[in-house]
Design a protein around this ligand. Structure first.
Ligand SMILES: Cc1ncc(COP(=O)(O)O)c(C=O)c1O
Length: 388
């Protein structure tokens, strides 16, 4: 990449990202191309966003056709693809009603507000949300507070009140945090940013039954794990639980920004006109894209293939001496201290492989769900040469 570009970027952009000195200008399937024409295989997918890869014929067509009609109207009017997407989300989850926004943080922010408002409407003084150490829920003030990791909070105090933290996979820890003020438990069933760490099944099931018994709302953050990423429509469906509120974003629009909150009817009722809203949330462009993504991942056999390809990728990673964890195409490999995940990511990029990092020294693989086994082989070959 031209040096001038990097310098100009550093001159004009706020420096809140540790950017690689690469600029992609084109994509096709699971491949990306930089401005010099160098080809990369993408195992990051915009961080679990580009569900259908790049330039997917149906998604591209739908976006182009929609752009020639209407991109945006206000949510003061009915938007047909928004209703269609809501229907698909409801039919494939434990929720009944959908609110649309633009990102994961916004979806979680809305879910937190909804949980509080629900108890307010019931006349109960319950507002506390319990979240888990190592989790990640976003960058707004409330979602930073919900993110029980000091590194995301430092310097941004005072943060909103009403959040408590428990240890993951530790029932006694969560029990000690529950009070008569507890409104909701909020959890990622696989902690993504925290290092691709799946929560234990028996813990999650016990947690769910405690929540039910105490009438605490069960809120699952599926921003990273949802929309087929783990081989189920939503990842909680691996665990035999039925959340009251589910949040979604990232993969939902296949690259077009869209987020959603899916809630049970009784809870959703608390968002009456004036309580919450979003100018862009679920507009034509966003929901036309989401509709294509959902229709593709719901095609017969698609999710089963995600599971199968995930197992395949795990086996290949094991053959390199790595210790993969995760489900479907959401896989992390913690590395021994002497090998830095960021060094591996940098070296891989030089060799034409895009991978991510997460948590403490973990490599992250969240490729487009349309990836083929031969493409997984190709990525593994590059990674093998880097690890050598
Ligand atoms: C589980 C989870 N929740 C929320 C977010 C925040 O999403 P966004 O960056 O779209 O605001 C993320 C982003 O990484 C996430 O992984």
């Amino acid at each position: 990449m031209e040096k001038g570009f990097v310098e100009e970027g550093n001159t004009y952009l706020i420096g809140n990202y540790a950017r690689y000195p690469v600029s992609f200008v084109k994509g096709e399937g699971v491949y990306l191309y930089d401005e010099a024409g160098k080809k990369y295989i993408d195992m990051l997918a915009g961080i679990a966003v580009n569900t259908l890869g790049y330039n997917h014929p149906k998604l591209t067509k739908a976006i182009c056709e929609q752009a020639q009609k209407i991109i945006h109207v206000s949510n003061l009017f009915y938007i047909q693809p928004q209703i269609e997407v809501a229907k698909i989300l409801v039919e494939n989850s434990s929720g009944d009603k959908v609110f649309f926004c633009n990102s994961g943080a916004e979806a979680n922010e809305a879910a937190i507000k909804l949980a509080r408002r629900y108890f307010y409407d019931k006349g109960e003084n319950r507002y506390e949300i319990i979240t888990f150490e190592g989790g990640f829920h976003g960058r707004t003030l409330a979602t930073v507070k919900a993110t029980a990791q000091p590194k995301y909070q430092e310097g941004f105090e005072p943060l909103p009140e009403g959040f408590k933290y428990a240890k993951i996979n530790d029932i006694e820890s969560i029990k000690s945090q529950i009070t008569e003020k507890t409104a909701a438990i909020m959890i990622e069933v696989i902690q993504g940013e925290g290092g691709v760490k799946p929560v234990k099944k028996d813990f999650l099931q016990e947690l769910f039954s405690i929540a039910k018994e105490k009438e605490i709302l069960f809120l699952v953050d599926e921003v990273q794990t949802g929309i087929g990423r783990t081989g189920k429509f939503f990842a909680y469906q691996h665990f035999g639980i039925e959340p009251d509120i589910i949040t979604s974003a990232k993969g939902l629009g296949g690259g077009v920004p869209v987020g959603a909150v899916i809630a049970k009817e009784e809870i959703a009722k608390s968002f009456i006109p004036g309580t919450h809203g979003s100018t862009f949330g679920g507009n034509y462009l966003a929901t036309v894209s989401a509709k294509v993504v959902l229709e593709e991942i719901l095609k017969e056999g698609f999710l089963e293939e995600v599971l199968e390809k995930g197992e395949y990728l795990k086996e290949k990673l094991k053959s390199l001496g790595l210790k993969p964890r995760g489900k479907g195409l959401m896989i992390g490999c913690p590395l021994p201290e002497e090998i830095k995940a960021s060094d591996i990511a940098n070296k891989s990029l030089e060799k034409g492989l895009v991978i991510g990092t997460a948590g403490e020294n973990t490599l992250r693989f969240v490729p487009p769900l349309i990836i083929k086994k031969v493409e997984i082989d190709e990525a593994i070959n590059i990674l093998a040469s880097v690890l050598d």
